[in-house]
Design a protein around this ligand. Sequence first.
Ligand code: TXA
Ligand code: MG
Length: 310
Amino acid sequence: MSILTPTPEAIQTAARTIRQGGVVVIPTETVYGIACDALNKDAVMRVFEVKGRPSDNPLIVHISDWDMLEMVAQDIPPLAKKFAEKYWPGPLTLVLPKRPEVPMETTGGLNSVAVRMPRHRVALDVIRQAERPIAAPSANVFMALSPTRAQDIDPEILVEVDVILDGGPCEVGLESTVLDLTDDTPRILRPGAITRADIQAITGRPLGLNPPPDVRKSPGMYRRHYAPNARVVLVDALTEGQIGLSFEEPANPQQIKMPDDPIAYGAVLYTALRRLDKPETDTIFVQEPPDEPQWEAVLDRLRKASASLR
Ligand code: TXA
Ligand code: MG
């Protein structure tokens, strides 16, 4: 394992490693991902093992151009093209009917495949040079916080992968919006930087219920997810002695003042939680952001982080 600056040579090494069935960590604009050849089921199984992820929780397939989409998805609805034109490359994942060439291991046994075209230059270069679609779940162990900087990648993952590309801090900081286009009514399976309003502006009608009534459609939607080791408790306001995140001036060194803009908040949320998540920290208190549409993605992650393990 080696952590490399993403020079052209390092990108080539990562792409070659993927072509040969290896597993590498790459930066994307959302979070870091553990990447492998999406069509190689042994490599995909290794990714599941590295993450300690249940095999029925499908991976997102990353592409660098429209032709690659047609390698993994079929019966692509015209709506998908509209979303791609507006938001690709970018933090929007589309769930579409899968082609038979995509192994069931990649899609967790589903007949659909989740696809996105990332906009991070390093991710795009790796996919282009590997010349194949790349499966990449977030580079965290199952249920933990996704890393948004190379130094935040769990040592357990570092030792298991072949190459790590350090592309600096991720610009968006929250995982992509996942939008299911396999039904007549599009449905958000995971809120993200591309908001419900952005999506409705393209569909021209309200989206399906979230979460969907059919739980098999959203295998990754566990109640607890995206969590630090400390307990997370949402509150109206922090008291002076509490450790946590708030919108006010910090009352002690273990309080972090968060941005009052949701995009800026999302970009620093995971690093802020990590900074406070020390072994001796029992509880991280978080002042609840306003329950408004533009906060949907942040609120989703905070509610999942604060859900008790059951
Ligand atoms: O921003 C991102 O999407 C990052 C970066 C690395 O691209 N990736 C990421 O992957 O967050 P992961 O594996 O941690 O989350 C994938 C989510 C899960 O909630 C999973 O259940 C859902 O996408 N998903 C994947 N394939 C699906 C499918 N066929 N149907 C429904 N949901 C799917
Ligand atoms: Mg994840």
